[in-house]
Design a protein around this ligand. Sequence first.
Ligand code: HGY
Ligand code: MN
Ligand code: MN
Length: 421
Amino acid sequence: MSDAGGCSVTDIGSISLDIMDRLDRLAEITETPGYLTRRCYTPEHRAANDLAAEWMRAAGMEVWQDAVGNMMGRYEGKTPGAPAILLGSHLDTVIRAGKYDGGLGVLSAIDCVKSLNERGVRYDNAIEVACFADEEGVRYQSTFLGSRGLAGTFDTGLLDRPDKDGITLAQAMTEFGLDPAKIGEAARKPDEIRCYLEVHIEQGPVLEAEDLSTCAVTAIAGANRMTVSVTGDAGHAGTVPMSARQDALTAASECILAVESAAARHEHAVGTVGQITASPGATNVIPGQAEFSVDFRAADDAVRRQAVDELITAFDAIAEKRGVTLKIDHSHAANGMTCAPELVDTIEAALTDLGQHPFRLPSGAGHDAAALAEITDVGMIFVRCDRGISHSPEESITAEDAIAGATLLLRTVERLGTTNT
Ligand code: HGY
Ligand code: MN
Ligand code: MN
């Protein structure tokens, strides 16, 4: 039987049912016993790379680690050296993470190849899997270090950036066994890659509300991240009159509320302050120093840029009024991007093959696909997650939905593999 796309729908492969067991095993690799944290270039990153390498070899792939610490696998096509359909996601996590953000995409990709290998199926294209080193940017405040390395857009200006323990990115990479001078060797040429596909949990509530397990993704929102340092005057809590204070923490607090109101003012915009510190940190000392993070996103890039400009103007006015000084470190800025329409269509055709009606959603969360879009067409598949919760130990998916997401990826690859457009 074959459908309009010239694809035989009788050759839909299957995904092994133990994907959830392996996600549990991957989640056991953590820097913080009791909850999941796995940052880049740590011993835990090394252990996760080794485990992914073991799974990729077992799935029939040739395996290597690239020059920025991504763990890579390749399943050759009918003729060696052909451009690859690249699959993957990230192995790093946020702090107190859920088990599925990143890991689900990595295992879905590996299991897709495992299914092809078990059936001896080979296409003109090779299939590659990328287990990216750092998507979240937790350790060095800049996201997509792994996928930007592969895309050839790694910002070497970050190499001197220290983590919270004062270890620079260059030092961490060196200790991980990498040579920061050779980062460029990770860059892949656009003609080596036909397209990139990523499975990821939705991290939102829509699929659950629609009672759907999976869907195609249409776009990824752009984002700005910055760190704001506020400097005032420390002083005695009991003797400095309120009118004479330059309190860094109350100034930071007014700025933080300005983030919230800027996001509320603009359509489809979100603003978050996830980190704040104050020093010297004694109950009876007026804080002379405060620092906070800002994560600002919007579906529309022009809206995001305008809102961020307004925010910085508001910060300056607050600093002026309160007699403090501000320093803003713009640590990350990424424009929004749209997924390749033909890949969105192929994913929806695969949904139909699998008996689910087509559905598509934009992503408010950032993904490695945004970095890969610099060099190739990208497509993404979302998988339903419980109450849309993510970046939390409460993150939860069902085994059925995990398998549905990996099966949709496999069906999409089967469609692409049999139509070499
Ligand atoms: O923050 C994000 O959107 C993604 O989880 N890195
Ligand atoms: Mn993610
Ligand atoms: Mn995430």
